[in-house]
Design a protein around this ligand. Structure first.
Ligand code: KIV
Ligand code: ZN
Length: 514
């Protein structure tokens, strides 16, 4: 059977999606899930971009053993050395270096002549090869590059030791039938000297189609992200590629990936809840409506014979709507079984914390759904060690009156502080009271609330995006509670805690990086 390698770049290109920044513990949690999903290579970040990226690559390298770990690096010595330092403890490591090869990028961005670009690529690969065995070279903006020049630089890169050659559609310009021909020409040129990889962006909505066309053209690796997250309109979606190969074996001659499809839903939920970017409801495979049949004719057909309207089942991706729900009488055994079923592996300490939170929730909520448990566990691991913890919050608001909030927080040294504020609305009053009590003021960029499951007693999941220092990127905070106001306060305090832990390690806004 022909195996196409899946190179997941959710933690690197995915994180370049506006508003998708993740903390190091969040990235580690996602990397563990990607390993479970069975991806071959995890691009864990861009080591030189920030101390935060460096930390994430280092920690993921220490924990993940089944997938290779990769760091991106520009074609410069300092980037490549930094990447190799971050990957030091990885069992399987890869350095991915790139330089632009299209006339427009070489002239206007790099301001380099083609010969110089080849020289830089060769030098970069020589350095990378002296540090690691597995090296990938990307010809940035390959689809707008001249094929003759591409062959020249690819030949030189292979000579210098590149084991994977990536031909990205950086600006999402390719059209499937044309890209298939283009990839085939490169595959024929490269032969068995290296693996040919593709990396497609979704600017024209064709990223998955182009990646699949490239597989037909002979590509041995595809680069993609969970939920299609990524720069601008996103990258090719991992779940769409993996499931197309499974469903249409007839077209792809049996080509497959090593993905365990039953982990797709869990991976999608974890990412969406971590960075607060929900896939659109009609998103293929993982959208809320992907397996929902609304029309009577469809429902009738599916009930009579599933294959009338379904080409795959929800269970194939690990989504089983008929699972047992839990309630306040469920004991630790049932809870442990449920966690196993949902794919969470916790050590004893984590299990105890999760069980306590579950019990607390089950006391207040009649039925605890799978989605509640997923959110509970994701939000537990999302907020970083806290300088401030919410102790108490009071709110007075009556229609027509002035919203007024009193907040008490406990500092990590045990000191409790109380203060109050009025606001234009209740959220404004709560967040202003938190600013006062913590002594630092944030600018709220985004606030989202949604119900985790059904029912009037559903848990409210709140996500905030806040700027605490105008020179630094925004940080996110998560809150989960049956009381929306309390969930909002938790989310805001969570974002402040994240900011305090990460402020020296955040990526500076640097337009020259990618
Ligand atoms: O889109 C792109 O060209 C990239 C490269 C760095 C591979 O992300
Ligand atoms: Zn990209």
């Amino acid at each position: 059977m022909r195996i196409v390698k899946l190179f997941d770049t959710t933690l690197r290109d995915g994180e370049q999606s506006p508003g998708a920044s993740m903390t190091t513990p969040e990235k580690v949690r996602i990397a563990k899930q990607l390993e479970k999903l069975g991806v071959d290579i995890i691009e864990a970040g861009f080591a030189i971009a920030s101390p935060g990226d460096f930390d994430a690559i280092t920690q993921i390298s220490e924990i993940v053993t089944q997938s290779a770990i990769c760091s991106l690096a520009r074609a410069t010595e300092k980037d490549i050395v930094r990447a190799s330092e971050a990957l030091k403890n990885a069992k399987f490591k890869r350095i991915h270096t790139f330089i632009a090869t299209s006339p427009i990028h070489m002239e206007y961005k790099l301001k380099m002549k083609p010969d110089e670009v080849i020289r830089r690529a060769v030098e970069a690969l020589n350095i990378a090869r002296s540090l690691v065995e597995d090296t990938e070279f990307s010809c940035e903006d390959a689809t707008r590059s001249e094929i003759g020049f591409l062959k020249e630089i690819i030949g030189a890169a292979i000579e210098a030791g590149a084991s994977t050659i990536n031909i990205p559609d950086t600006v999402g310009y390719a059209i499937p039938f044309d890209y298939q021909r283009f990839v085939k020409e490169i595959v024929d040129f490269v032969g068995d000297r290296a693996v040919v990889s593709v990396h497609c962006h979704n600017d024209l909505g064709l990223a998955t189609a182009n990646s699949l066309a490239a597989i037909l053209g002979g590509a041995g690796q595809v680069e993609c992200t969970i939920n299609g997250l990524g720069e601008r309109a996103g990258n090719a979606s991992l779940e769409e590629i993996a499931m197309t190969l499974k469903v249409r074996k007839d077209i792809f001659g049996g080509a497959d990936t090593r993905i365990n499809a039953k982990e797709i839903y869990a991976s999608s939920r974890l990412l969406a809840e971590t960075c607060g970017i929900e896939p659109q409801p009609n998103k293929a495979i993982v959208g809320k409506n992907a397996f929902a049949h609304e029309s009577g004719i469809h429902q009738d057909g599916v009930l009579k014979y599933r294959a009338t309207y379904e080409i795959m089942s929800a269970q194939d991706i690990g989504l089983d709507r008929n699972r047992l729900t839990l309630g306040k009488l469920s004991g630790s055994h049932a809870f442990r079984e449920k966690l196993k079923e949902l794919g969470f592996e916790l050590d004893d300490e984590e299990f105890k914390r999760a069980f306590d939170s579950f019990k607390e929730l089950a006391d207040r909520k009649k039925i605890v759904y799978d989605e509640d448990i997923r959110s509970l566990l994701t939000s537990e691991s999302a907020n970083v060690p806290s300088e401030f913890a919410l102790v108490n919050m009071q709110l007075t608001d009556c229609s027509g009156g002035v919203p007024f909030s009193t907040v008490t927080v406990r500092r990590s040294n045990g000191e409790e502080i109380t203060d109050a504020a009025i606001g234009g609305g209740t959220i404004d009053a709560v967040f202003k009271a938190i600013d006062r009590v913590c002594g630092i003021s944030g600018r709220l960029l985004d606030y989202k609330v949604d119900a985790v499951s059904e029912g009037k007693d559903a848990l409210a999941r709140v996500l905030v995006k806040v700027i605490f220092d105008e020179a630094k990127p925004a940080v996110m905070g998560h809150g989960l509670d049956m009381d929306t106001m309390k969930a909002s306060a938790e989310a805001y305090i969570g974002s402040l805690n994240s900011y305090l832990v990460m402020k020296d390690r955040l990526r500076k806004v640097d337009r020259t990086l990618v």
